[in-house]
Each structure stands twice: as C-alpha cells, then as structure tokens.
Design a protein around this ligand. Structure first.
Ligand code: PEP
Ligand code: MG
Length: 313
C-alpha cells in the first residue's frame, strides 16, 4: 500500500478523462528543489532567483550564479527547470543597485524594467543560466512584462548570450502578472514560447490592492472574477498561438482553484513544494468538461466571495 502511494505521488498527473496537467513547484533555494522532488513535483515552474541577489554587498558573480543554477538543475534530476530572471525593485533595496527611492515601488523600476535598465546584470544572468542548466531542462521566464516590446529587447539579449556560449536559445516565456500583459496576451503569445500567470501580482494590480498590506489581506483574492477574466484572456492568447499556459502564483497551490484554472486552459500548475501531493490528488479527480463548465459559471459571478461559495457547494 505504501509503495503504491509513493508511486502515485511521483507519477505524472492526468485528469480523470486523461488530460495531462503538469504539476511543478516554485523554488527559492537548493533545499526547495530537494523538497519538491520528494513531494512528487514534475519540475520547477518558477525559480525565484532573488535569493542569490539579496542581503549582500555586491551582485553574485556569473560563476557563482552558474554553480547555483547547476546545483538546482542536478537536484531536479533532469526535470524541467524554469528560471525566472531577476525580479527585485525599490521595495527590496540592494546596496549595489543604487536606484533613487520611489514613492510607489510596486509601480516602479522592478522586474524586467530594472533588468533592461541594467543590461550588464541581465546578460550575466542569461550566460550563467545557459552555462549552468542542461539544455533539455532549461527554460527562462521574464517577470513584469507589459508588452512585446520589452519581450523583444530581452530576447535579443538572450540570443546574444546564447551565441556567446554557443548554444541554441532555450524556450523563453513571459509571466502574465500585469493587467497589460493579460490584455495583450494574444500579441505577446505570438512571440513568447509560453505564458505563466503570476496571480500574486496580477491580483494586486487588477484589484489595486497592495499584496503586502495586512489590512487588505481579506479582500485580495485571486479568484476574483476580474482576475479570472484576465486569466481567460491569457488562455485565449496562448491557445491562439499553440503556446502552453501555466500558473505560478499562489492560486496554483490552492487545490480548490485547480478546476477553474484548468477550465480556463491552464495545463501547468506550479505550487509550493508542500502543496504538490494534495494538488495532484485534486487534479486527478477532475474532468475537463466539468472544469470548463465551472469556469464559465465563475466568470458570470460578480465577486470573489460568490466564486468561493460556488466552489464550496
Ligand atoms: C506572482 O506575482 O504571482 C509571482 C509568482 O511572482 P512573485 O510572487 O515572485 O512576485
Ligand atoms: Mg510577481
């Protein structure tokens, strides 16, 4: 019985009607990678690389980054690894990035904006990822994109880096975590290899509610119909160009949300390592036709509370 449970925990995840849904994990350290594999994660859907850059006096060298990415890739034992480029900004000051203080750091020089303003950092990170992560495992994802212009700039830099280390460009995806990116998902998906919804920031920006403000915690819910409509656009954009759509925000760790997300076209969920076993069990019980019907019902509702109440039924 125990052996069968272990085997089920590590088997690929498919719904009851046979649709393949990849269950990945979000990582922020080498230890997380070990934990994720033990929990049955099929890969990493979001490596938050900030851990290499924060709490230190100078940026990590290319070599230090390469070693860190290589160790995480090895811990994943050949499973896919989606590395997100640096996503720091004014709210997490780093002494070696002397940017002026900002009144609204969440709306400031963060994510891809900061990377494009400091191409030296992004180039070094691209080269370190390409050199550290084996080609079959390697995917790269860009945070806080608002349109294809930023994507094209970053991709040109990745092409240069790939030429420098003499390898092919790995799949390059975009996080859908600004309302602009969701609204333009169709256009972005024409260029990007995959899309992954960052529900934490997408919810913050759609509902105009600071994700870190405890006074608003009770009202900021990624199942809000406004957020679900933005995810719908991401699903339509991805499908129109044959790209896959994932979710790597905290909503992906909520097994109750999985049916709606799958109903909106999501085929990859990247959760916290601890959430992986329950998520796999929940997804295996779903039928895609029911998921689509549930998503349609959710989209017709007017509040997050109504969506939660429907899921409780
Ligand atoms: C998100 O915004 O949902 C996300 C996954 O990125 P982070 O939480 O690191 O901002
Ligand atoms: Mg984010």
């Amino acid at each position: 019985r125990r052996a069968a449970e272990v085997e089920a925990a590590h088997a690929d995840c498919v719904t009851a009607d046979g649709a393949r849904i990849e269950i990945f994990a979000n990582l922020g350290s080498l230890d997380d990678a070990t934990r994720a594999v033990a929990a049955g994660a099929e890969g990493c859907g979001l490596l938050r690389t900030e851990f290499l850059f924060l709490d230190r006096a100078e940026a990590p060298s290319e070599e230090e980054q390469r070693e860190a990415y290589a160790a995480i890739a090895a811990a994943l034992g050949g499973r896919p690894l989606i590395v997100r480029t640096l996503d720091i900004g004014g709210d997490k000051p780093v002494p070696y990035l002397p940017f002026p203080p900002e009144d609204n750091p969440a709306l400031g020089a963060r994510g891809i904006r900061l990377s494009l303003a400091r191409p030296d950092l992004l180039r070094a990170q691209f080269r370190a990822i390409l050199a550290g992560v084996p080609e079959e495992q390697c995917r790269i994802m860009l945070p806080m994109i608002v349109d294809r212009g930023e994507f094209a700039q970053a991709r040109a830099m990745l092409d240069e880096a790939a030429a420098a280390v003499r390898c092919d460009r790995p799949p390059l995806g975009v996080m859908i975590e600004t309302p602009a990116a969701a609204l333009l998902a169709h256009d972005i998906a024409a260029e990007a290899d995959f899309l992954s919804v960052g529900t934490n920031d997408l919810t913050q920006y759609a509902l105009a509610a600071d994700r870190g403000n405890p006074a608003l915690a009770g009202r900021i819910d990624a199942l809000h119909p406004a957020v679900l409509r933005l995810i719908t656009l991401a699903g339509e954009g991805a499908a129109a160009h044959g790209r896959w759509l994932g979710v790597c925000g905290a909503l992906a760790s909520d097994p109750r949300a999985a049916a709606i997300l799958i109903g909106l076209g999501v085929t990859e969920l990247s959760a916290s390592p601890a959430a992986v076993p329950a998520l796999k069990a929940a997804v295996r019980a779903l039928r895609t036709e029911d998921c689509r019907a549930l998503a349609r019902r959710a989209l017709a509702l007017g509040t997050a509370e109504a969506v939660r109440a429907m899921l409780e039924e």
